[in-house]
Design a protein. Structure first.
Length: 86
């Protein structure tokens, strides 16, 4: 899934709405309007869904990094045992 994202009309920065969706679901609500307060300019924006786009969520890169670390740690802590010893 990707996050529904808009561009702030004041700053030009990407606004991650936190709404995870896919292209198929998004296509069914193109006429809808979303209201949100921009974290960059502080203004409330009224944005048409058809002007939004799907992007990788902002939290994704950090959570992937944490998951890789957890997986590596889990593999390192597993000690193989000889067959028949369970």
């Amino acid at each position: 899934m990707h996050s529904l994202t808009f561009t702030c009309p004041q700053t030009g920065r990407a606004i991650d709405t936190g709404i995870d969706t896919d292209a198929h679901s998004l296509s069914s609500v193109q006429a809808a309007i979303i209201y949100l307060k921009c974290p960059y300019c502080g203004m409330s924006h009224q944005l048409s869904i058809k002007n939004g786009y799907l992007a990788r969520p902002l939290y994704w890169s950090s959570s992937v990094r944490v998951m890789r670390q957890v997986v590596r740690t889990a593999h390192a802590s597993v000690t193989p045992q000889p067959a028949g010893m369970t």
